[in-house]
Design a protein. Structure first.
Length: 160
């Protein structure tokens, strides 16, 4: 994925799949009772959409991403067209990636990631979505495709 679009959420992190849109500006959130989140470019608050929002997204030209925690993949879509896919590393069993609907709170070119037993400087391309949880580049491991993080969604530096 390129830096032409900034990742705007809310997005869903489920055991199997997470969904977000890539748009040039912050749109309004639309959430269904199933937990699937959708953002649309609008001045007005969104109304809950139909149950099959994934099918709707695939019928539009909107850019969106799918994060599959089971297969450890982030997939970029433009409508129903697959654009790119990247291998990720989500949280390991003892520190799982949060699931639910989230909104990006902060975005940094580089930052420091701190936890009870670690401190990692110069973490690239960090997009925080719930407190200390983020989607970010990871230069300190090469175990992409395997859940090894402290709960964040890690991508290789050249994939971010």
């Amino acid at each position: 994925m390129t830096n032409l679009f900034r990742l705007i959420t809310p997005f869903v992190l489920k055991t199997i799949v997470a969904t977000a849109l890539l748009l040039p500006v912050a749109p309004i959130l639309q959430v269904r009772s199933s937990g699937l989140a959708l953002q649309i470019l609008s001045e007005q608050p969104a109304v809950a959409g139909p149950r099959n929002e994934m099918a709707r997204l695939k019928k539009t030209s909107q850019r969106w991403i799918e994060v599959n925690l089971k297969t450890q993949r982030l997939i970029a879509w433009e409508g129903k067209t697959w654009v790119d896919a990247k291998v990720i590393s989500s949280g390991k069993a003892s520190t799982p990636t949060l699931t639910g609907v989230f909104e990006i709170q902060d975005k940094y070119r580089t930052t420091v990631m701190r936890g009870a037993d670690y401190e990692v400087p110069d973490v690239p391309h960090a997009m925080f979505y719930d407190g200390g949880y983020a989607i970010h580049g990871a230069y300190w491991h090469n175990s992409f495709g395997t859940p090894v993080s402290h709960g964040c969604i890690n991508m290789s530096e050249n994939a971010t």
